[in-house]
Design a protein around this ligand. Structure first.
Ligand code: NIG
Length: 419
């Protein structure tokens, strides 16, 4: 049955033919000041100004704002264990890379993941995906990278795929991140990661993206390049974590190899930022990490002014970014990376959907697209990045059903959309 969310301000992200947005295009949200979105069996059938046709069941949003749901394009949400103890070390000033070098950090989570069953990992991830959805995230990426052995990486991948099948209607895109750290007790890992684990991941999920963490104490530039060459040969799109703490020199190589994204970029030089900005590679800002670690942020303003295409994501993980909230990340991007609220919204919806290859039906509100949207309890979309740690939007609509913190709206939408 068709129903409408009416009397709303609507962020559509039109025109759609712009593709991934860069530079000044990031500000254009294609906003309809007052209109309605009609939904039929989870698909948008109208999204336009004015009122719905007489007779169409309608939920009056009383001037609230409808936006595309968040697309979280960088997460490490598949993990087991707990790093609360380590937080005390961080708070006393021990740097992230020092904790990693002493066998903690990523390696602490690696030990927990290796000890966990695939079923347990899946169950933990499903719980986290539900939390993300409740916060307005309607699609996401989840990386492996806490296995660091052929078997444990493959177990993580199976768990991510299996959690995804538990969430029909919420795209969960896996990424292979075997090159997340170096295990001192497993010195052959670099070779095995490249020669065995990556090809196994590419066989299990043809076209899976291959990611790595190039940093002091993690993967070197040389080993990163060997992995990227192999991944490109296997037809895997390339993603890279680099320049999180130090400028590694990997950026121009990754750009030359047409990486889909380079993520972090907090310590990048002007030349490297410009190199990404002038390329087809998306720069992904992950401001929850510098917030949590009290380290410098990516210079998002400079990157956009150089013409860059930017996405923003939560980076949810148990160490450097303990938050499932894309809204929080976007709010930090405005406060600490110099983005305008409009740029942050585009970066965390439409551009993030592009990075994950989901733009054909996610990240914008348009006829024929899946209804993956959020309603904020405000007459202006900027409220969703102005507010800090605000929790669930008033209403979240996705092919998974409806949720939200406004009980009356949720009840009305549930009865109009009984899936
Ligand atoms: O992007 N830096 C590498 N990976 C994650 C952190 C993962 C962890 O600490 O468990 C990041 O910040």
């Amino acid at each position: 049955m068709t129903y409408a969310l009416s009397n709303a301000r609507i962020v559509t992200m039109r025109p759609m033919d712009l593709g991934v947005r860069r530079g000044t295009q990031l500000c254009d949200l294609g906003t309809i000041p007052r209109g309605f979105v009609a939904i039929d069996h989870g698909t948008i059938t109208e999204c336009t100004a004015g009122d719905p046709p007489a007779g169409m069941r309608s939920i009056d949003l009383q001037g609230r704002t409808i936006l595309p749901g968040w697309v979280d394009c960088h997460t490490h949400a598949c993990w087991a264990g707990d790093r609360s103890n380590e937080w005390a070390r961080k708070l006393s000033g021990v740097p992230y890379l020092e904790i990693l070098a002493s066998g903690g950090g990523i390696m602490s989570t690696v030990r927990s993941v290796r000890a966990a069953t695939a079923e347990h990992l899946t169950a933990l991830l499903v719980r986290r995906l539900h939390r993300m959805l409740a916060l307005g995230t309607v699609a996401c990426e989840v990386k492996t990278g806490y296995g660091l052995s052929v078997d444990a990486e493959s177990k993580m991948l199976r768990s991510i795929l299996s959690a995804g099948t538990s969430m029909p209607g919420m795209p969960v895109i896996p990424t292979y991140l075997g090159a997340h750290a170096l295990d001192p007790e497993h010195p052959d890992w670099v070779r095995e990661c490249i020669d065995r684990a990556l090809p196994a991941a590419a066989r299990a999920v043809p076209g899976i993206s291959c990611d790595l963490f190039c940093e002091k104490g993690a993967w070197s530039v040389d080993d990163s390049l060997r992995l990227l060459e192999r991944a490109a040969g296997l037809g895997c799109p390339l993603r890279v974590h680099t320049d999180q703490f130090t400028s590694t020199g990997l950026v121009p190589h990754a750009v030359r190899m047409r990486a889909k994204s380079i993520d972090h970029l907090e310590a990048s030089t002007d030349d490297d930022l410009r190199c990404v900005a002038e390329s087809g590679t998306i720069g992904v800002g992950l401001p929850a990490s510098p917030f949590a670690l009290s380290t410098p942020y990516m210079r998002g303003r400079a990157f956009i002014d150089m013409g860059g295409a930017i996405a923003i994501a939560s980076n949810w993980n148990p160490g450097s970014a303990p938050t499932p909230s894309v809204a929080f990340a976007a709010a930090l991007a405005v406060r600490h990376m110099g983005l305008t609220p409009e740029e942050a919204i585009t970066a965390a919806t439409w551009n993030a959907a592009h990075l994950l290859g989901l733009e054909s039906d996610t990240g914008a509100l348009h006829v024929g697209k899946a209804a993956r949207l959020q309603v904020v309890d405000a007459p202006d979309e900027r409220a969703c990045v102005l507010e800090l740690a605000g929790g669930a939007p008033a209403l979240v609509v996705s092919p998974m059903g409806v949720s939200g913190c406004d009980a009356a709206l949720v009840a009305a939408a549930t009865s109009a959309d009984p899936r």
